[in-house]
Design a protein around this ligand. Sequence first.
Ligand SMILES: Cc1cc2nc3c(=O)[nH]c(=O)nc-3n(C[C@H](O)[C@H](O)[C@H](O)COP(=O)(O)O)c2cc1C
Ligand code: SF4
Length: 509
Amino acid sequence: MWALIAVTTVLLLTAAYDVVQRRNSILRNFPVIGHLRFLLEGVGPELRQYIVTSNDEERPFSRDQREWVYGSAHGTGGYIGFGTDNELEQSSNYVIVKHAAFPLPRPAADQDAVPCAKVLGAARGRARAFRPESVVNVSAMSFGSLSAHAIEAIDRGCAAAGCLHNVGEGGLSPYHCHGADLVYQIGTGYFGCRTPDGRFDLGRLVDLVAANPIRAIEIKLSQGAKPGLGGVLSAPKVSPEIAAIRGIPAGVACVSPSAHTAFSDVDSMLDVVEAIAAATGLPVGIKSAVGEQAFWNDLVTAMADGSRGVDFVTVDGGEGGSGAAPMTFCDHVALPFKLAVSRVYRTFAEAGLQDRVVFIGSGKCGLPDTAALALVLGCDLVNVAREAMMAIGCIQAQRCQSGHCPAGVATQSAWLSRGLDPDLKAHDLESYLRALRHELLQLGHACGVEHPALITPEQVEILDGHFATATVADLFGYPPGWGLPPLADRAALHDLMARDLDRQPAGTR
Ligand SMILES: Cc1cc2nc3c(=O)[nH]c(=O)nc-3n(C[C@H](O)[C@H](O)[C@H](O)COP(=O)(O)O)c2cc1C
Ligand code: SF4
């Protein structure tokens, strides 16, 4: 009897503590029972010695990758003991960064300033051109797809880390307005900037830009997880508030058209790009997954005379994420990131236009090795979506489309999203973003260069699992100079980074 009372008391006290604490969303949403998850996770390494999967088997993100994100978000990551548990020589598609014999000094522990090598919008003389402060920024994810608390945490985290926050195709909500500079995304639904019958309304966009800290406009053509299909917000997630923001009925799935109505080919698309840039002064770019090559050839041809053009191109890999997408499209439509970005970069570079465009990469680019490779392949910036979600508590349960996200990230349930504390999670996101930049900086210094964008395609090799290896330059056919920032920007970067190096205490240099 006493034992029963004691157990019940302990359980009740634990439940009360779990509900009241703010640190952990899973425990807050699933008092008592949530501890089981952490217990199992805690004994995972021992269990995995006998059964279950290795640290590299889970997908989309392996356990090691998630551990890196969680550890960096909580300020405890980065170091492992005993050495790698990867089978280096038997792994295919395995990235090896070749360090310099005489590296640069290790960056100070708090050094994480890694600005963009190019000035966004400068090549086309946009009135509000600017140099993004951070090479890592948060990718498009809408309020609707994510909860209000998640969006607020991301916005605060971006503001603290000096990153851009892309609002996603669902329009601007009050939760996006907590201090971060924004990239406004225009999808085929034109949410936030549409006429009552769903067409693009430039006047409304201009008003939005005037009233909010929007720094760039991204026209979304497609997304790696569902290219050729419009965005989908499943019915359980269309709350009355989201319905009001988007101008659609509540409780009914919101399916955006597959294609834009404001333009229908490269020519008319560039007209829209120039009209938006002229009306707002902002840099304007496109986001696309990579399918047919003809589009990229046409774009480069249309930009060749310099009279019109996009300021940036965001290339989304076929392995990219989504709140909801058909499995066939996730698995089989659009090229994976490395192939996709190298093809797009090549198309611009062969026309000599690569210096006039800022390339942004997304598709599992939120880890130090994948982000570094994206920069080596010619990206100037990387965008992170699911890695940012993990930093604010996502456990990769992969139920985002259901509305029942246990971590309060991808849900509109008031109870579940209550578990996600925006203040604490903003701090976690900031910590992750800073850690990623710091590690990129470390990789650059190990290769003897001040900035990770200066690592050359010759300095990275990819192992094929059978003792053969090739440099990125050879594998992707990059001649010397490709993948690197323009010469003038390299000089500016040298000055910017030198300032940070000077800041280091003498003992650490
Ligand atoms: C929950 C969720 C919502 C997303 N919403 C959008 C969106 O509104 N617009 C868009 O262009 N991409 C959207 N994406 C795609 C991401 O912006 C990103 O391109 C993709 O997930 C690849 O980045 P990652 O591998 O870092 O997740 C979404 C992804 C997720 C996971
Ligand atoms: S915890 Fe699961 S449902 Fe929630 S955001 Fe992450 S993957 Fe989606």
